[in-house]
Design a protein around this ligand. Sequence first.
Ligand code: PMP
Length: 452
Amino acid sequence: MTDQTSRELFERAQQVIPGGVNSPVRAFRAVGGTPRFIASAEGPYLVDADGDRLVDLVCSWGPMILGHAHPEVLGAVTAAAGRGTSYGAPTRAEIELAELIVERTPVEQVRLVSSGTEATMSVLRLARAATGRDLVVKFAGCYHGHVDALLASAGSGVATLSGLGAEGARRAADDAALATPSSPGVPGATTAQTIVLPYNDREAVRQAFAELGDQIACLVTEAAPGNMGVVEPGVEDGEHFNAFLARVCREHGALFVSDEVMTGFRVSRSGQYGVDGVQPDLMTFGKVMGGGFPAAAFGGRAELMQLLSPVGSVYQAGTLSGNPVASAAGATTLRLLDEDVYTRLGRSADTLRSAVADAFAAAGLPHVTQSAGSMFSVFFTPADVTAVPDYATAQRQDTVAHAAFFHAMLDAGVYLPPSAYEAWFLSTAHDEQALSTVVEALPAAARAAAAA
Ligand code: PMP
């Protein structure tokens, strides 16, 4: 395998695009080396600019649940594009997409936007307007897009690339209620309205609400975190963490916001809501519902959503919102997601998880694997760590071992997320052949990681 063309493109890209990429994690900073520039994709495979075919376990960071260039999605997109690509006026396609979301989730109404970031940004404004309060609670290691107010102790790319560095991030996570911006340019005054708590820590939640409950507009959480690696919401005395959060919010007149941008329509047909059944006041969606196009949404009870312009006075808008091509891709994708899809994804995830366990055990490489439905991730944690309940524990990963593992897998034709803090994503297109490429690559990659 050569990456000569990718190297040339990376050089050229860096002249006109900061770091050569339009989203930081793509740059391979956390793992070193040159990012592969992708020329095309089909089914479970990416083909890079040098012609190498790679099994794709990133799936565009979640959206491509049916695999790349799915014929029915392509058909819908091509037909929609043929009718014009944007009108800035309402269409039948966006009603269909909204209906498919409302049918699968507890929200009564949704507003379509173009990115997950836009969805969480808008939902905060709505929650603050609805409650007349300013404070927002989030969890360390959860990522909700690059919204100023939520860029405090954030996961995903921020976990590895933040100017704070791992040590700073760990301190921020430890420093529970003290919300320091994760990025220069985020005003301290903005994150001063944000309370950051350790995930799965009920006592910290109780304390924050006991002290400031009457000023808290909302608590926003990833429905099941996937941006510090996959962290499972715990169950204590039979109560699911999300049920606990919804209850505490209710007791204090705050809104419970579930961010299902990553989990929505991925961990089950109804996302994490389909798994735990906990009803949020407001929800955000993205990734899968856009079928590989820029589409996202936020929604909730009609009474809350009616506060938005033009019915209410909370302003929110978008030139490309509800774009007809994106809506066609999203609606076609959602229609194809029946129960059988999730059974198949679950089976594929089982195959990979057990192959990872075998390969890592044989190499003597300590690790923890955690899942939310078919979404899972592998933590390169030390042997004394048996579970990763929060960001501080996730930060104990051996990122050097991860980088060695990543490159050995890449050399063997497997494209993993280039960060130790991300989930591995599967699609229905990952057939036996694609999965066996991954399974066969694991033992040598695990040995490379153990030796690193
Ligand atoms: N929320 C969650 C849970 C996410 O995983 C992401 C993106 N990874 C976002 C919000 C932001 O979405 P986008 O990148 O589309 O702005």
